[in-house]
Design a protein around this ligand. Sequence first.
Ligand SMILES: Cc1cc2nc3c(=O)[nH]c(=O)nc-3n(C[C@H](O)[C@H](O)[C@H](O)COP(=O)(O)OP(=O)(O)OC[C@H]3O[C@@H](n4cnc5c(N)ncnc54)[C@H](O)[C@@H]3O)c2cc1C
Ligand SMILES: *[C@@H]1O[C@H](CO)[C@@H](O)[C@H](O)[C@H]1NC(C)=O
Ligand SMILES: *[C@@H]1O[C@H](CO)[C@@H](O)[C@H](O)[C@H]1NC(C)=O
Ligand SMILES: *[C@@H]1O[C@H](CO)[C@@H](O)[C@H](O)[C@H]1NC(C)=O
Ligand SMILES: *[C@@H]1O[C@H](CO)[C@@H](O)[C@H](O)[C@H]1NC(C)=O
Ligand SMILES: *[C@@H]1O[C@H](CO)[C@@H](O)[C@H](O)[C@H]1NC(C)=O
Ligand SMILES: *[C@@H]1O[C@H](CO)[C@@H](O)[C@H](O)[C@H]1NC(C)=O
Length: 618
Amino acid sequence: MNRLKLSALLILLCHLFELYCSANDTAEAFIEMVLGKIKADESYVLPIDNSKLAYVSPLQESATYDFGTFDFVIVGAGSAGTLLANRLTEIEKWKVLLLEAGGPENEFSDIPGMTVEIYSTDMNWGYLSTPQKRACRAMDQFQCTCPRGKVLGGSSTINGKMYVRGNKADYNAWEKMGNPGWSYKDVLPYFIKTENSHIDDGDPGCHGKSGLLDVNYTDQTIFTSVFLRGKEELGCRAIDYNGKSQIGVSRIQFTIKGNKAVSGGTAFIDPFLKRRNLNVTINAFVTRLIIDKDTKTALGVEFIKDGRKYEARAKKEVILSAGAINTPQILMISGIGPQEELTKIGVETLVDLPVGLSMEDHATFVGLNIRTNITLFNETMEVLLKRYLNNQRPYTASFNADAISFINVNDNKSSVPDIQQILATPPGVTPNGWRMFNGNKQVTEQSAGLPKPYNDIQIWTVLLHPKSKGSVKLKSGSPLDFPIIDYNYYSVEEDKKTMLKAIKESLKLLETDAFKSINATYVSMYKVCTDYTEGTDEYWECMVEQLTTTLYHPAGTTRMGKSSRDSVVNSKLFVHSTKRLRVVDAGVIPKILSGNINAPIYMIAEKAADEIKNYWIV
Ligand SMILES: Cc1cc2nc3c(=O)[nH]c(=O)nc-3n(C[C@H](O)[C@H](O)[C@H](O)COP(=O)(O)OP(=O)(O)OC[C@H]3O[C@@H](n4cnc5c(N)ncnc54)[C@H](O)[C@@H]3O)c2cc1C
Ligand SMILES: *[C@@H]1O[C@H](CO)[C@@H](O)[C@H](O)[C@H]1NC(C)=O
Ligand SMILES: *[C@@H]1O[C@H](CO)[C@@H](O)[C@H](O)[C@H]1NC(C)=O
Ligand SMILES: *[C@@H]1O[C@H](CO)[C@@H](O)[C@H](O)[C@H]1NC(C)=O
Ligand SMILES: *[C@@H]1O[C@H](CO)[C@@H](O)[C@H](O)[C@H]1NC(C)=O
Ligand SMILES: *[C@@H]1O[C@H](CO)[C@@H](O)[C@H](O)[C@H]1NC(C)=O
Ligand SMILES: *[C@@H]1O[C@H](CO)[C@@H](O)[C@H](O)[C@H]1NC(C)=O
């Protein structure tokens, strides 16, 4: 029977059994929507600057419109900005303006498993790093990507949804660095306050069950238990990594609700839009701060929306939550930054601060490909999307992330990990995945010819405490230009040695009974180190340089601390030597954490909200 007749028959059946029919129609429409979006992504061209956002209609060039006066103006509706706007509008008399450069979320961005596809849409700012000397060598022009969310929810909308808090010692170290109030015992209540955990085997006393942020597991694959058993054979314990101790192996706790992604937008904004004191204005590109130069007081911001220039004023505070890349850009354009850098680009320095320096990010090796004799998810997209609608993998999880472990490869007695292993299971890294990595022609072609995407798994290794520091600088004082992002991975040799140890640790898994039961073997998929004998240290060091990219966690570019010599904000998150200006986002992280950083950013915003309430309500 041909397809037309079949669908005519289905429609007829639909009218007879109305219920069945509408569910089926919705499924068909959903699948069509997803396939259409994926198709559109293939031809999407990432921007190379902000000219589209910063467009001002020629008729409007000399005009600046007044957007009004609010108690607080928050720049950026990302992880931090959304949570902060929610908490501040709990105070009914406070009027809060939340400005966001991007647009709304949609049904497509609600699918956790579409991370790689969402990269190639206008929900991503589209940044690339500078050419790297010791990493990103298999990437086009040696440039790694730096995806950043440009959408309600910010990077939490386009991210991997892994909910990871890091290590107790991380926060105790923050406090010791001169940040009172940030020790583990101080911050734990804020993690718990935000969370609505649905996992049933979390450590008692560690999880919130009534917050706004849903956290859950998704279903397991056959590989989940293989990885857990393999790690246990190597002496690793199964743990709740967000619980009492972090060294061990675990299923992944995701920010998801049912099969849907949970972002800052869906958790903290969407259900609260009826609050009359909350003004969420999207498609609004903030270009600079309005500052009283004599007193260094932040008065408001300038922004561009729909081809017009606006000014919005803040009676109490301007809060920058534009993220670890864009907050430094706004500060520097406005004259707050390293004098030497600002002078180079012709910006007058109002406050000399180390903005954009000592950026930290988690370098990640993605080249460990393991072939197995298990075939998984070798069905058509239609079948896999129907599974998704039934709340089943692969698309309920981002990057097909399946399980994680935290280990210390330099000191196996330490309770603080230096490496995170992430197990990624089929369908593997596709050509679209290589687009998200900015893979060069060679690796992209090799991945297109991928022999066994349904049998291969990858173990990503993540360098949790890099010694190498990167930076964010400016090309010019114009908001039109993209910032200059330098990861500077492996500039300290020790980082590469640690990564090498991590790979060897992952290879040990192949010797376990668990991995032997699926006939697991390392199979080099990318022929980028053919000058070396496979398996030697030289080979792996070459692979590390070729196939290290980012886990998308830039942090520390406006770090918190005591002194204006090596920090930008104080422990209350006020920018040093200024008034009524705070930063609340990944930039304030004084030392990067032992894990993915989204949960810690929510914690930071949660704590900042309390600081702000205590400061203004006497
Ligand atoms: C692809 C990817 C995968 C990731 N995976 C994970 C993961 O699995 N788990 C995890 O914990 N973390 C993950 N992260 C990291 C995490 O999502 C981010 O660190 C976090 O969301 C950053 O929060 P933020 O509030 O600092 O900034 P953002 O969430 O990036 O928010 C900044 C907001 O400000 C807006 N903005 C910027 N400039 C302007 C301007 N000039 N005018 C107006 N608005 C502006 C942006 O559009 C954005 O909405 C991932 C990140 C990415 C990109
Ligand atoms: C937000 O404020 C602007 C400017 O005052 C106003 O035009 C707009 O209607 C407000 N939006 C909401 C949702 O209150
Ligand atoms: C959490 O996950 C479990 C099992 O995967 C599922 O049964 C439950 O419905 C999920 N709950 C929510 C709120 O997502
Ligand atoms: C998927 O793989 C299994 C196991 O190799 C095989 O039996 C099945 O025919 C495959 N299905 C498709 C649609 O290719
Ligand atoms: C830890 O490291 C020591 C010294 O390298 C080694 O002797 C010991 O076997 C290791 N323990 C485990 C559990 O791997
Ligand atoms: C195991 O893997 C090897 C190498 O890839 C292959 O030659 C062999 O046939 C496999 N055995 C089974 C039982 O799958
Ligand atoms: C996979 O290989 C292992 C080890 O060779 C073997 O015991 C097992 O039966 C194989 N499984 C499948 C599904 O082929």
